[in-house]
Structure formats: structure tokens, C-alpha cells
Design a protein around this ligand. Structure first.
Ligand code: MEV
Length: 442
């Protein structure tokens, strides 16, 4: 059936939206109404709060919220909140945390916290005149014009760090940037940065129009294309690492510590040189990072984009983690560029986000960066540890077993039977189904 477009969907109330959807797309089947409604919260205020986070909301989409305990980070114990739907991510994080708990835990270092944004513009005039104008007039004007916007941030110890004029005309004719760096302290700072940049755009237009050194033609050639923060923040970066004598790398699979260290380092090196493997390797890193990013109300699309841009910074996509095994010491680390906030955004609104931040001891943005890098490193350690020993399916399928059984409508007793059945063997989809059918006499 061909569907009809709708005018004014956003103006309909929630029930109106659902009625229209069910009629237009779901053959009027009222079952679908019930699916949506069973996720509404009984607490009307809480429901309204969630609905107002976004537009055209008709229900809530649950995500499991789990805890990975026993993370020793810079000498302090943490239980990490993780919002993730993929089975085995939380279990893997917990396993890594435990592994490193008696080996000194995770150490982190904030390398820098600088955020970036640009005013992208076209100017068809003399480049040296533009540079001179920027150096001696515009830069000062840009700072003055944003004084009101930056006042609060400056009081909190942040603000605009620097502004540069960048000539990009070799890449695109007449293309320049005002490239600004910011310290946004404990906020992610997207709104702050974008407000500053939009003011830069206005001031640039006004000041060029007034500038006597430019010809009328040069003035008329100015086009502000856009003002926007960059989600690529290679100078907002945190390092997390673990290390121990190789002989301490004892694994339940029975592999000798030296062989484990050698294979593990090979696996990391492969991800450093081979983009196909690097993509999966970094996906595993982001399993850990995103789960905590989401649980703390931060923007996982931004952190994903940034991490992958950084992983490709020399022109080839590579591993975000690194490993050495020199002088009998196993060392494994990540340099993670990540911009997150602990104030603003959802942080004061979403009750579970408040809970997550309280659980983490109300960290600063830098403290949260450390936790996120650790979560990514731990997740990658767990994945590589499985990959170079038992293989990934053993642990993964064990966690996935309940999904398969739920899909088949297994009872609680049947689920318990299967947990015991697969205690000492690798779960396969095929074996679950044939044993299930055998048990039910089918
Ligand atoms: C699965 O979500 C992630 C892994 O594939 C990561 C990896 O291969 O390193 C296990």
C-alpha cells in the first residue's frame, strides 16, 4: 500500500500521532498501540520529562542499564554504569576490571582539554590584507564581541583560548577559517562554542564591511558559509593504561603468560596496520566507551565521530590502543580524544544520568574522560584476551544464550537447565535449538 504524507504531524497530540501511525502504516492493528503504551511510565511527570527531551515522542525505548564493578582507576575503586543492549559487554568490562584489580589497576593522564570550532568563510580578496586585518583588528574585535557570551565560562576558569585565521585556499578556492580553541571546563560546551562562533560570523561580516583597506569588491566577496564546533578534538585527549610483569599475565585458559603477551601484542599490531581489523578492534573499544557515554547523558555520536577521525589521523585507519612487551613488562594503553560534560545537557535532567554521575562520585569532565578511556581500554583488553585464547564465541554466546531462549519462549526452569547444560561447553545457536526441541519432545 502506498502511504500518504502528513501535514502537521508534530502538532498532533501523542494519541493523535499514534492513531495516525497505526492507521496509516500498521493496518489499524491495535496490538501496536499496546506495544507503545506498555513502555509509558506510570509517573506522568517522569513520562513528560522524557517526552520533552526530543520531538514527536510516542513512547520510550528501553536500554539495559548495567554495572561493571571493581574498576581500580588511579587508586580509587569505581563501579561503572553502562547503558548497552549488546550481551557480554558489561560482563567483559567486569572481567577486565577484576583482572587488573590486583595488578595496580588502571592509570590515567589528561593530556589536554582543548575544544575547537570554526567560522568557515569565502573571501575573494588579497590574502595578505586579510591576514593583516585579522592580526591587527579582527581578533581583538572577535574577543570583545563575545565578552558577554563568555563571561560565565570565564568565571568558571574557561573561555576562548585562541583564534587563528587559517588559509585553506589551496584546498578550495577563496576558502578561509576562523579557527578557535576553547576551554569549556565541566561542560561539553557545544552550545557555548556555537554561540561564540555565530557571533564571530556576525562580527567578521560587520568588520569587513567597515574596513578601509578592502576594496568594495573585496568586501562584497565575503560569504560566511557556516559557524560550527568541530566534533574532532585531537587536543582534548586522555590516556589510560595498564601494565604488569609478563609473568603475571595468568589466564584461566591455561595459555602461558609469555605466549599470551606475544599473541596479544600481535593482535594489537595487526589492528595498527590493517584497517579491516582496526575497525572491529575499535568497535570493541567503543562498546565500552559508548555504554558509559550514554549512561552519563553524553553524546555518543560525537564521541564515535571523534574517535574514528583520530584513528585515521595519518591517512590510514588504525587501532586506538597500543601495546608493548619490552623488558619483561606488558604495557597496554589507549589515547582517546573525547569531549564530554558533567554539567548542562541531560546531566541535570535525566534521573538515571544523575544516578550515574553520583555513582561515579560526581566527577569533573576530566574525571569522566578518565573513566571513559578506562572503559574503552578494559573492553578492548577483554575482547583481545578472548580472541587470542578461547575465541570470542565462548563468552559471547554464553551471554547471548538468554536472548535465544527468550526468543523461543523458554520457561525459567528451562533457562536454568540450559545454563547448566552449557556450563562447560561453547553455546551454538544450532545446539540450543536442537536440545530445546529434544527437551520439549519435538
Ligand atoms: C563485538 O561487539 C566486539 C568485538 O568484535 C571486538 C573485537 O573483535 O576486538 C569482540
Amino acid at each position: 500500500m502506498n502511504h500518504q504524507p502528513i501535514e502537521g504531524f508534530s502538532k498532533l497530540n501523542k494519541q493523535g500521532k499514534i492513531d495516525w501511525l497505526v492507521t496509516e502504516y500498521l493496518d489499524g492493528n491495535q496490538e501496536y498501540q499496546n506495544i507503545l503504551k506498555q513502555y509509558w511510565n506510570e509517573d506522568a511527570d517522569l513520562q513528560k520529562l522524557h517526552e520533552e527531551f526530543s520531538e514527536n515522542t510516542i513512547s520510550n525505548f528501553y536500554m539495559p542499564y548495567g554495572i561493571a564493578p571493581n574498576f581500580l582507576i588511579d587508586g580509587k575503586l569505581y563501579a561503572l554504569p553502562m547503558a548497552v543492549e549488546e550481551s557480554s559487554v558489561v560482563a567483559a568490562a567486569s572481567k577486565s576490571a577484576k583482572f587488573w584489580l590486583d595488578k595496580g589497576g588502571f592509570k590515567t593522564t589528561i593530556i589536554n582539554t582543548e575544544k575547537l570550532g570554526h567560522t568557515h568563510f569565502i573571501f575573494k580578496g588579497e590574502p595578505h590584507k586579510l591576514q593583516h586585518f585579522f592580526n591587527f583588528k579582527l581578533k581583538k574585535k572577535l574577543l570583545e564581541a563575545t565578552e558577554e557570551i563568555t563571561a560565565n565560562m570565564r568565571n568558571r576558569g574557561g573561555g576562548i583560548l585562541n583564534i587563528h585565521l587559517i588559509d585553506k585556499t589551496a584546498d578550495l578556492p577563496h576558502y578561509y577559517q576562523l579557527k578557535a580553541s576553547f576551554d569549556t571546563v565541566d561542560s561539553m560546551g557545544a552550545n557555548f562554542i556555537n554561540s561564540c562562533l555565530e557571533q564571530f560570523g556576525k562580527t567578521l561580516r560587520e568588520e569587513v564591511a567597515k574596513e578601509e583597506e578592502f576594496t568594495q569588491e573585496e568586501k562584497d566577496s565575503l560569504q560566511i558559509v557556516m559557524n560550527i564546533l568541530s566534533n574532532y578534538t585531537p587536543d582534548c585527549i586522555v590516556r589510560a593504561e595498564v601494565s604488569c610483569p609478563i609473568e603475571d599475565l595468568k589466564d584461566d585458559s591455561g595459555i602461558a603468560p609469555e605466549e599470551f603477551a606475544w599473541k596479544f601484542k600481535q593482535a594489537v599490531t595487526i589492528a595498527e596496520i590493517e584497517p579491516f581489523r582496526a575497525t572491529t578492534h575499535n568497535k570493541g573499544v567503543m562498546n565500552g566507551v559508548d555504554a558509559v557515554v550514554i549512561a552519563t547523558g553524553n553524546d555518543f555520536r560525537a564521541t564515535e565521530a571523534c574517535a574514528h577521525a583520530y584513528a585515521a589521523r595519518d591517512g590510514q585507519y588504525r587501532s586506538l590502543t597500543h601495546c608493548t612487551t619490552d623488558d619483561g613488562i606488558f604495557r597496554f594503553w589507549i589515547d582517546l580524544p573525547i569531549s564530554v560534560g558533567v554539567v548542562g545537557g541531560l546531566t541535570n535532567l535525566h534521573p538515571l544520568v544523575k544516578f550515574s554521575l553520583a555513582l561515579l562520585g560526581k566527577p569533573s569532565a576530566q574525571g569522566l574522560m578518565s573513566v571513559l578511556a578506562v572503559s574503552g581500554l578494559a573492553q578492548n583488553f577483554a575482547a583481545l584476551r578472548s580472541l587470542v585464547t578461547t575465541g570470542i564465541q565462548k563468552g559471547h554466546m554464553k551471554m547471548h544464550l538468554l536472548n535465544i531462549l527468550n526468543q523461543m519462549g523458554a520457561t525459567e526452569d528451562e533457562k536454568q537447565y540450559f545454563v547448566n547444560y552449557f556450563k562447560n561447553k561453547t553455546v551454538t545457536h544450532h545446539e540450543v535449538i536442537s536440545e530445546f526441541n529434544r527437551m520439549r519432545g519435538q
